[in-house]
Write a protein that binds this ligand. Structure first.
Ligand SMILES: [Zn+2]
Length: 87
């Protein structure tokens, strides 16, 4: 009950996992697919925030929504629910 492998934490799902092999560099993800997803997730994230920036930067949201602040990054806030001006 000792050295089965270093206990690590996946950067993607935050699960703990045993380091499969002491050789090589320290893995950051419990499986290759999580590493892949983290990579793709970052790309998607950028695309999404770019889209959000485009929407929230509109003149309508600035004048009509004074309570909208820049610090909303929780991810649980539905963005596309308010009726936007049709253009
Ligand atoms: Zn994982």
């Amino acid at each position: 009950m000792s050295d089965e492998g270093e206990l690590l934490r996946c950067m993607w799902c935050h699960e703990e996992f045993r380091r499969p092999s002491p050789i090589g560099r320290t893995p950051r993800y419990c499986k290759p697919s999580h590493r892949q997803r983290a990579k793709e997730g970052r790309k998607t994230d950028r695309a999404v925030s770019a889209a959000i920036t485009r929407v929230t930067a509109g003149p309508a949201s600035i004048s009509a929504r004074p309570e909208t602040k820049g610090g909303r990054k929780g991810g649980a806030v539905p963005v596309a629910e308010e009726p936007l001006a049709l253009w």
